[in-house]
Design a protein around this ligand. Structure first.
Ligand code: NAP
Length: 249
């Protein structure tokens, strides 16, 4: 039980990568707040799955694009479980479009969902973490696209690259408090986010992946659980790819 006695929030945990992270954190002993925006039934299913495994979890609706909602999410976690040790900023979305056709709304929705949400949740979480004087873990889900860019994803790439600069800066601010801040950069994983891509694009991604396959959702979760644990106490400001090697090809 790597995370016994710890309390975690995972944003966007109703499905996909966030769901896998919430389930693995709970399997390792953390009490988990399963955040979602719209998918109440899916979030309830994640909570049920965790409870069926003997874990503890609760679902909390919050649109993390809004600071007030993000603050409410953090406060609910602290009220429910008495503390906050681990924040995983995972909520994300895409609005892919070549730049000439990309609308201002396409830009704003992606930046607000993927990047402003990280500012919102971190700003709200840092105070209770510092006050408790027990250190903490912040793990931000970036993307390989934030490292190498991708045509048709200027908004998404900017948001994910922004997360990396934010992560390194906050790691410097919070190091003295023993709060680590790291980013995880997944490659290609089969979720609702990537289901919109054509089979041709998926095959192309696999062909460019040295390990020759898509990722499996728990493979991101295992890295997040490690970073959230005491075993990763001396790792901060880092960006770790979990991508089958696509980022080096
Ligand atoms: P997904 O299946 O589409 O799930 C997105 C999650 O984010 C859902 O739980 C959704 O909640 C939540 N969400 C969206 N907007 C939100 C908001 N404003 N407030 C709160 N929650 C919100 O996506 P995914 O593929 O698992 O992606 C998860 C993260 O991994 C994202 O940050 C994504 O950029 C990153 N990533 C994914 C891949 C990949 O290949 N899939 C690769 C690299 C990085 P509702 O269900 O309630 O809408």
């Amino acid at each position: 039980m790597l995370l016994a006695g710890k309390v975690a929030i995972v944003t966007g945990a109703s499905r996909g990568i966030g769901r896998a992270i919430a389930i693995d954190l709970a399997a390792n002993g953390a009490k988990v707040v399963v955040n979602y925006q719209n998918s109440a039934a899916a979030a309830a299913e994640v909570v049920e799955t965790i409870r069926a495994q003997g874990g503890e979890a609760t679902a909390v609706q919050a649109d993390v694009r809004a600071f007030a909602a993000a603050k409410g999410l953090i406060e609910t976690a602290v009220q429910t479980y008495g503390q906050l040790d681990i924040l995983v900023n995972n909520a994300g979305t895409t609005r892919d479009m070549l730049l000439p056709m990309m609308s201002e709304e396409d830009w704003d929705v992606v930046i607000d969902t993927n990047l402003k949400s990280v500012f919102n949740c971190c700003k709200a979480a840092v105070r209770p973490m510092i006050r408790r004087k027990q250190g903490g873990r912040i793990i931000n889900i970036s993307s390989v696209v934030g490292l190498v860019g991708q045509g048709g994803q200027a908004n998404y790439a900017a948001s994910k690259a922004g997360i990396i600069g934010f992560t390194k800066s906050l790691a410097k601010e919070l190091g003295g408090r023993q709060i680590t801040v790291n980013a995880v950069a997944p490659g290609f994983f089969p979720t609702a986010l990537t289901a919109v891509l054509s089979d041709e694009m998926v095959q192309k991604a696999i062909a460019h992946t040295p390990l020759g396959r898509l990722g499996e959702l728990p493979e991101v979760a295992y890295l997040v659980t490690f970073l959230a644990s005491d075993r990763a106490a001396f790792i901060t400001g880092e960006v770790i790819r979990v991508d089958g090697g696509i980022g080096i090809s």
